[in-house]
Design a protein around this ligand. Structure first.
Ligand code: COA
Length: 153
């Protein structure tokens, strides 16, 4: 169980995006560009990053529209994975959603991304549909399905 004694959540602002890009790039074979990341701040978007002992370990970005929230991205720095931080970020995301009167949360995950799927399934998400060949494959050849998941709050 991860200790939260020195853990802190902070809202993602434009000022912090550049420093989060190293985690984004390290976590995804097809990461967001900094421009895309910056376009997902403010307005209908929201996000928080998690620091532990003043070290940024991960973040999430989401969108809220009319009672529905979509998790756009969640990342834990590779060297910090498997310590419970992904779960802590997801639980904080749920709290934020509740404050915004979210009724349903949606997300998409690569069919081969088992660690993310386990995180989501363990927190009550269920598969509602698949988008065939939605993502370019991590190998650089072909495509990979997207699994669409949802959870009622
Ligand atoms: C997905 C991700 C955020 C998970 O973060 P994490 O800090 O490693 O996850 P945690 O240590 O909090 O584990 C959360 C749960 O998932 C399970 N899990 C995590 N990795 C797993 C794996 N490789 N195999 C099986 N289960 C796994 C854990 O057992 C844990 O279960 P619990 O809820 O019963 O405790 C992290 O792997 C990541 O950043 N991946 C790259 C980016 C990414 O794919 N994001 C998701 C995009 S849809």
């Amino acid at each position: 169980m991860t200790s939260l004694v020195n853990a802190q959540f902070s809202p993602i602002t434009q000022d912090i995006v550049e420093s989060l890009m190293s985690i984004e790039v390290a976590c995804h074979p097809h990461p967001w560009t900094e421009k895309t990341f910056r376009s997902c701040i403010d307005g209908r978007y929201f996000g928080n990053y998690l620091t532990v002992d003043n070290n940024t370990v991960g973040f999430y970005v989401a969108e809220h529209v009319a009672g529905e929230s979509t998790l756009m991205d969640i990342c834990v720095a590779p060297e910090q994975q498997g310590k419970g931080y992904g779960k802590i970020l997801l639980l904080q995301f749920f709290e934020h959603c509740k404050q915004q009167a979210t009724k349903t949360i949606f997300l998409e995950v690569r069919a081969k991304n088992i660690s993310a799927q386990m995180l989501y399934i363990n927190q009550g998400f269920t598969e509602i549909s698949r988008r065939t060949g939605y993502y370019p494959s991590n190998t650089g050849f072909g495509y990979e399905d997207a699994i669409v998941m949802s959870k009622k709050l």
